[in-house]
Design a protein around this ligand. Structure first.
Ligand code: CP
Length: 314
């Protein structure tokens, strides 16, 4: 049966644990002088990015190549979509060329589920609208697990997710994953940037929670998704919700500082992250390759980790 990765809730706690354990194997592969294994030789992965991306697109492409899969990258701007071809016909056309997995980012919530109706290949959600970004959540969980050496879960871990929660698919997936693993998550945002329906673990006072957290997860202010002014001014937003030098000075050295990228420097993060003892933002990016290798291997691999042992020709 074809399997897909569409959301954290569909993966469940066992599935998240399985991917994080596999990511350990992939991180070991990535530390080798020749970080390439034949595990997905003969498989083809097609990247379909209908929205801009740097990290997710390039790390999926790298992940597939390190597992020896063939890759197809679909350039929307050079495609026959511009001649009026429908998305369904596009997917069925690419599928007819022989694709084992589609990795899709789309501006419409639910697009990966719709794509799954049109193909027998696996589908990986690389971000759909405001809805979900499960592989970001997985790489975030992996980063925390490694940084804090917490293999057994996150019971008692106190996490603040700060900023534009309303427009953030990252906030939805990452908060779900943290909670699945036992963390205590507080959403911190202006009332205008909280979803209409949110749980009681939310506040609009960042300073109230800052002394009692183990992880500060900063979100990008997504001005491209705002149809009206939801914050008075950027300066006021930074004063109330940004990681300013004064707030950074209050953070204990053990506190992890995370951001999914891309960052609005001077807005949600008004310090140089490199100067923060708990900065793991670069590790998030690096771990994204191991985690996406784990996701592709989980969906398309033989099920045997022995295929990760040998090297592969470059
Ligand atoms: N975090 C994230 O999804 O970044 P990109 O938009 O660059 O892929």
């Amino acid at each position: 049966m074809t399997r897909s990765l569409l959301s954290i809730s569909e993966l469940g706690v066992a599935g998240v644990g399985r991917i994080l354990d596999l990511a350990d194997h992939m991180a070991e592969v990535n530390r080798r002088p020749n970080p390439k294994v034949p595990a997905l030789r003969g498989k083809t992965v097609c990247n379909l990015f209908f929205e801009d991306s740097t990290r997710t697109r390039l790390s999926f492409e790298t992940a597939a190549k390190r597992l020896s899969a063939d890759t197809m990258t679909f350039a929307v701007s050079q495609s026959s979509l511009n001649k009026g071809e429908s998305l369904r016909d596009t997917i069925e056309t690419i599928g007819a060329m022989g694709v084992d997995a589609f990795v899709i980012r789309h501006g419409s919530s639910g697009a990966p589920w719709q794509l799954g109706q049109w193909t027998t290949a696996s589908v990986v959600n690389a971000g759909d609208g405001w809805h979900a970004h499960p592989t970001q959540a997985l790489l975030d969980m992996y980063t925390v697990r490694v940084a804090l050496n917490r293999r057994e879960g996150f019971d008692g871990l106190r996490v603040a997710i700060v900023g534009d929660v309303k427009h953030s698919r990252v906030a939805r997936s990452t908060s779900a994953a943290f909670r699945l693993l036992g963390a205590d998550v507080t959403l911190v945002a202006p009332r205008t940037l909280l979803p209409p329906v949110h749980d009681e673990h939310s506040t609009s006072d960042l300073d109230d929670v800052l002394d009692d957290v183990d992880v500060v997860y900063l979100l990008r202010l997504q001005r491209e998704r705002m149809s009206e002014a939801l914050v008075p001014t950027l300066r006021e937003y930074t004063n109330r919700f940004g990681l300013t030098p004064a707030r950074a000075a209050r953070l204990g050295k053990h506190v992890l500082v995370m951001h999914p990228g891309p960052m609005n420097r001077g807005v949600e993060i008004a310090v140089d992250p490199a100067e923060l003892p708990g900065n793991v933002i670069t590790q998030q990016v690096t771990n994204g390759i191991s985690v996406r290798m784990a996701v592709l291997f989980d969906l398309l691999g033989s099920g045997s980790e022995s295929s990760l042992a040998g090297g592969a020709d470059g």
